[in-house]
Ligand binder design. Structure first.
Ligand code: CP
Length: 333
């Protein structure tokens, strides 16, 4: 490495550490990250700044300063995950934390141990933070109430309720395209009712003056829509008209036994987002998807792969940077 390259690397790593140090002033009151409803604009601004610095380090292939070397983080996923769990692990390791990935299927959970007892067991081993995903809505809040004095909780998805780190990485991905999101129009399409991603995004975006339009089958719309500050459409076309971003939700095929839609074919016809429907959106609009995708069900294969229009891979990349930012702001020394 030349002297110039080494100096640039050091200055990027220092800029990241400085962004964390400054950002921690607005994050100092926060112990847990359970949802986006109580996150302040100052916290979001600080997070975006740290994530941008983290992304620069990742792009340059440089390590950050080892801000979490004395911390131990446990990933406890009672539900399947590829993106969230892997990116939390990568983010924690990049920051030099010790990481435990609890294999729930082969743990004592299979013998009936409760989530509280499992957490207490991990805490007794010196775990500082639990990154938890569970199918029960409210489980992260419950954990914070019961064991939150002894361990920090990061909600990696609880039932239908919330997925705050996904919403924050979505926000970061959108603000890379349009730095000032106030006044932007975001369409969220699909199964809103069962989507924690939709809920956390709506709670976050409406806080920043983003106009959120939602569309989906009537059986997949939540009842408390009037409180959410969104515009509701039954057809997809008016929802995506003039949108800056179109966020497509996964059709939760495992729920179709409940008969929420007449058929997958019908859903595809009425709600699938493809390049032709994207022509209704603003020139330069981007399509997003939290993953995992059902290709050619809720999004066309061709659109998912259109790099100039799709932010889907960027969302995954940004997931690591945003989770590095979240971990260092919550747990950094
Ligand atoms: N977006 C998301 O939560 O993906 P995973 O289920 O793969 O973590």
């Amino acid at each position: 490495m030349s002297e110039h390259t080494a100096t640039a690397a050091t200055s990027r790593s220092r800029a990241f550490a400085e962004a964390v140090s400054s950002g921690r002033k607005s994050w100092k009151q926060r112990r847990h990250l359970l949802d986006t409803d109580d996150i302040t604009p100052e916290e979001v601004k600080a997070l975006m700044h740290v994530a941008a610095e983290a992304k620069q380090l990742m792009t340059a292939g440089e390590p950050p300063q080892p801000l979490l070397k004395s911390r131990t983080i446990a990933n406890v996923f009672y539900e399947n995950s590829t993106r969230t769990r892997s990116s939390f692990e990568l983010a924690a390791r990049k920051l030099s934390a010790s990481v435990i990935n609890l294999d729930v299927a082969s743990s004592s959970v299979a013998k009936g141990e409760t989530i509280i007892d499992t957490s207490k067991t991990l805490m007794s081993m010196g775990v500082n933070a639990l990154v938890q995903r569970h199918s029960a809505s409210g489980s992260a809040h419950q954990m914070a109430q019961v064991v939150g004095n002894d361990v920090q909780i990061i909600n990696a998805g609880d039932g239908w309720n919330a997925h705050p780190t996904q919403a924050l990485l979505d926000y970061f991905s959108m603000s890379e395209v349009r730095p000032d999101l106030a006044g932007a129009r975001v369409a969220i399409v699909g199964d809103i009712k069962h989507s924690r991603v939709a809920r956390s995004n709506i709670r976050l975006l409406t806080k920043f003056g983003v106009h959120v339009h939602i569309a989906g089958p009537p059986t997949m719309m939540p009842v408390q829509l009037s409180e959410m500050g969104v515009t509701v459409h039954s057809r997809v076309e008016p929802a995506i008209e003039d949108a800056d971003f179109v966020m497509v939700l996964r059709l939760q095929l495992e729920r179709q036994k409940q008969g929420l839609i007449p058929s997958v074919g019908e859903y595809r016809k009425l709600y699938r987002i493809d390049s032709s429907r994207m022509r209704l959106a603003k020139q330069g609009a981007r399509v997003m998807h939290p993953g995992p995708m059902n290709r050619d069900v809720e999004i066309s294969d061709e659109l998912a792969e259109r790099n100039e229009m799709s932010l889907i891979s960027t969302q995954v990349t940004n997931g690591v940077a945003v989770r590095m930012a979240i971990l260092s702001l919550l747990l950094g020394e």
